[in-house]
Design a protein around this ligand. Structure first.
Ligand SMILES: Cc1cc2nc3c(=O)[nH]c(=O)nc-3n(C[C@H](O)[C@H](O)[C@H](O)COP(=O)(O)OP(=O)(O)OC[C@H]3O[C@@H](n4cnc5c(N)ncnc54)[C@H](O)[C@@H]3O)c2cc1C
Length: 266
């Protein structure tokens, strides 16, 4: 039984966002972090390990320096890491990314009791498409927006967060869930974990390692295999400063109503 956690290294968008002339993000010029939702996905997998003793495998598709992020996850308690990295994978959109990650997970092998954990969405691409697409390509059930999860024998019970409430779903395994921040509070690396992180297995999967997987095809990976075209990409202009209306009395309400009517909002 294993928990596979998909983790994306993302640019720290709290600073200045740089864009290449072709519309892609200039990732090299920005510091990177682990995608926040993916830390909740990892924590959920580690809690499953605490309860059941299952193996936790972290996997990322990204450039070679993403190994550092995977080592941090090994230090937090994951057992093995897989770095999916090759020039052929560069420029992949969500369709191609999920194709490659599904092939890598297929190669690891999925059995009854296994769960694939993803974050709900990445803070750079922001599409929330990769998790559901991986599940589709692996032909396994998926539950998105998971705020609580319990494994019962070889079935899984998830509480999904909706706009106006929760939905409880039970599904068979193997399955894929996408995790939201309400699920848990991610743990820190432990001292013992940091010492052991470099002795844990780190598998590199390049194009040759995956090309024989049924799910991968050179025509559907990388920039040329990506159906999405970015027409233009830009940093939106800063919004103008707001206007403060002093006092919570009738005259302030009158002024506000006058301003809104002047803009034809009311
Ligand atoms: C033409 C084009 C070129 C692009 N070129 C690049 C590029 O060169 N490099 C690049 O990084 N992006 C590139 N992108 C962006 C790329 O499409 C997305 O960043 C990527 O496919 C993931 O989509 P997302 O960020 O919306 O993730 P989401 O769908 O929002 O992510 C959901 C979850 O899926 C998992 N996940 C997503 N991506 C990965 C990953 N790489 N590894 C492991 N788990 C993952 C995580 O658990 C994440 O929380 C390109 C996009 C386009 C359209």
């Amino acid at each position: 039984m294993k928990a596979i956690v998909c983790v994306k290294q993302v640019p720290d968008t709290s600073g200045k966002v740089a864009v290449n002339p072709d519309g892609t993000l200039n990732r090299a010029s920005m510091p990177t972090i682990s995608n926040p939702d993916d830390m909740n996905a990892l924590e959920a997998a580690l809690q499953l390990k605490d309860d059941t003793g299952c193996k936790v495998v972290v996997i990322t598709m990204g450039p070679p320096p993403a190994e550092g992020m995977l080592r941090e996850m090994l230090a937090m308690g994951a057992d093995e890491a897989v770095l999916v990295s090759a020039r052929e994978f560069g420029g992949s959109d969500t369709f191609a990314t999920s194709q490659i990650l599904a092939a890598a997970i297929h190669k690891l092998g999925l059995e009854k009791g296994d769960v694939v954990f993803c974050g709900r969405q990445a803070i750079d691409g922001d599409t929330a498409q990769v998790g559901p697409q991986i599940a589709e390509k692996l032909d396994i059930p998926q539950v998105s927006y998971v705020a609580d999860v319990v494994l019962e024998k070889d079935r899984i019970v998830c509480r999904r967060m909706l706009e106006d409430g929760y939905m409880t779903i039970e599904t068979e395994t193997p399955c894929l869930i996408t995790c939201i921040k309400e699920l848990n509070l991610p743990r820190y690396m432990s001292m013992r974990g940091i010492y052991s992180a470099y002795s844990k297995p780190m598998q590199i999967m390049d194009f040759n390692a995956l090309k024989d997987e049924t799910l991968i095809d050179r025509e559907t990976i990388g920039l040329q295999g990506s159906p999405t075209n970015i027409l233009t990409s830009f940093t939106p202009p800063q919004k103008g400063g707001g206007m403060m209306l002093e006092g919570a009395d009738r005259s302030a309400c009158k002024t506000l109503a006058g301003l809104l009517a002047g803009k034809h909002i009311i």
